[in-house]
Design a protein around this ligand. Structure first.
Ligand code: URA
Length: 210
């Protein structure tokens, strides 16, 4: 697994406002969108392309087009939805699938409760959106789900991560082509599974339940 932690003052500035408990939901939502676009710039560095030629008003020019099959963007419900708009703005030709993951309270294992994805992901590059990489359980399960359907490589974009979650994903995806792009790597998880210092519950802050 490759880990890329953003290192840019604009990203840190936007994350600082996002972390602030006083930031209201509408501002939080637009900051998430802006941050995803900035992180997606890094996350799509290896998006598959092919050479194309266009005619400018002056001459022929060589360029790149995003290859088929188109990249698949997969927000993990619910909080990943808040990241979708920013991602498709940057990669408008991407297809979008959805995965809902929930932790089974008996087994404590993440299970899939919703899935709107093509059955066959052979040869697909996938971009998973999940704002908080906390324990890493649901992100690992989502990544495994995509590989089970034939995905060739998976890049996860998360706003914040905890070292415990990064390690979990690293071990669970050993031998696979996985990249994790984080806005920041925080200190730790607390006893309730929240990222410290973090930003609280990303879903609640996006959708206004606090
Ligand atoms: N999910 C969140 O929304 N916040 C955390 O801190 C951890 C998991």
């Amino acid at each position: 697994m490759r880990l890329h932690v953003a290192d840019h003052p604009l990203i840190t500035h936007k994350l600082t406002v996002l972390r602030d408990a006083k930031t209201p939901s509408p501002v939080f939502r637009s900051l998430v969108e802006e941050l995803v676009t900035l992180l997606a710039y890094e996350a799509t560095r290896n998006v598959r392309t092919e050479p194309v030629e266009v005619t400018t008003p002056v001459a022929r020019a060589q360029g790149l087009a995003i290859s088929e099959p188109r990249p698949l963007v997969v927000p993990i419900l619910r909080a990943g939805l808040g990241m979708l708009e920013g991602m498709v703005k940057l990669v408008p030709t991407a297809e979008v699938g959805f995965l809902g993951m929930v932790r089974d309270e008996e087994t404590l294992l993440p299970t899939t409760y919703a899935n709107r994805l093509p059955d066959d992901l052979s040869d697909r590059q996938c971009f998973v959106l999940d704002p908080m990489l906390a324990t890493g359980g649901s992100l690992s399960a989502a990544i495994q789900f995509l590989f089970d359907r034939g995905a060739v490589d998976v890049t996860a974009i998360c706003l914040l991560g905890a070292p415990e979650g990064v390690e979990h994903v690293r071990q669970a995806t050993e031998g696979r082509d996985v990249t994790v792009v984080l806005g920041a790597l925080d200190e730790k998880l607390n006893e309730h599974g929240y990222i410290v210092p973090g930003l609280g519950d990303a879903g609640d802050r996006l959708y206004g339940l606090v």
